[in-house]
Write a protein that binds this ligand. Structure first.
Ligand SMILES: [Zn+2]
Length: 230
């Protein structure tokens, strides 16, 4: 199975998972986490990362006595734990309240152009893009900003785009109690743009369609709203 075929696949089937595993690229819906260590406190994590990052900089030959560099290890450690990787801490998962759909709105709801700032787990450099999310309510709705919060939560982890895409979709299916969910992410990977092949023009599109979005007409309607050709 070629990569393109994987991307256009609509459901997470055993075949798809096997194909992705075969590529040694992505092999699960969950972020790989250690379960053999006691969870450290935030402060302990920051201290540990600070000291390791200091070693990395020193190994690169940098003089940490310089005013400009002195605080960098601590700054990076705080940024990792409190900001860019805060989605690794389940305590930061947004609490989402479900409302009854009082307007009896039965059409598709689309929220497009949700900003995605994530990190490639293979190179630890940014993935920057947009997520487009749609669902069809089965009687329940959530606050619109909660969709942004869910996208943000799963983005703030070292990620591969396929997994990020699927994690957002699964989370929405869970909170909205409907399978009728679609998520598309269009993102640029700095590991592709700023190093390696240095392709500054390309972006990567991933999609996951569930429930009614497996239907071509429904999917096309969604793609029309977000201005992507079906
Ligand atoms: Zn990468």
């Amino acid at each position: 199975m070629k990569r393109k075929e994987i991307m256009s696949n609509t459901a997470v089937t055993d075949e798809l998972l096997e194909a992705l595993d075969y590529e040694h690229y992505w092999n699960g819906l969950s972020t790989p986490m250690r379960d053999d260590v006691n969870p450290l406190s935030k402060e302990e994590k920051i201290e540990k990362i600070r000291s390791h990052f200091k070693s990395i900089m020193e190994t690169l030959g940098m003089d940490l006595n310089d005013d400009s560099l002195q605080e960098t290890p601590l700054r990076v450690a705080k940024m990792y734990v409190n900001e860019v990787f805060k989605g690794l801490d389940a305590d930061n998962k947004p609490a989402i309240k479900l409302f009854k759909n009082g307007y009896k709105y039965k059409e598709m709801l689309v929220e497009r152009d949700i900003t995605v700032y994530s990190y490639c787990e293979h190179h630890f450099v940014p993935i920057i893009g947009k997520a487009h999310v749609a669902y069809i309510s089965n009687g329940n709705v959530i606050g619109l900003s909660k969709i942004n919060r869910l996208v943000e939560y799963y983005s703030k982890r070292p990620q591969v785009q396929e997994r990020l895409n699927e994690q957002i979709a699964r989370a929405l299916i869970e909170v909205l109690k409907t399978e009728d969910v679609a998520v598309i992410i269009d993102a640029e990977h700095l590991c592709v743009k700023s190093r390696g092949i240095q392709d500054t023009a390309s972006s990567t599109v991933t999609a996951s369609y569930h429930g009614k979005f497996k239907n071509e007409t429904t999917r096309k309607e969604f793609l029309t709203y977000i201005n992507l050709n079906a």
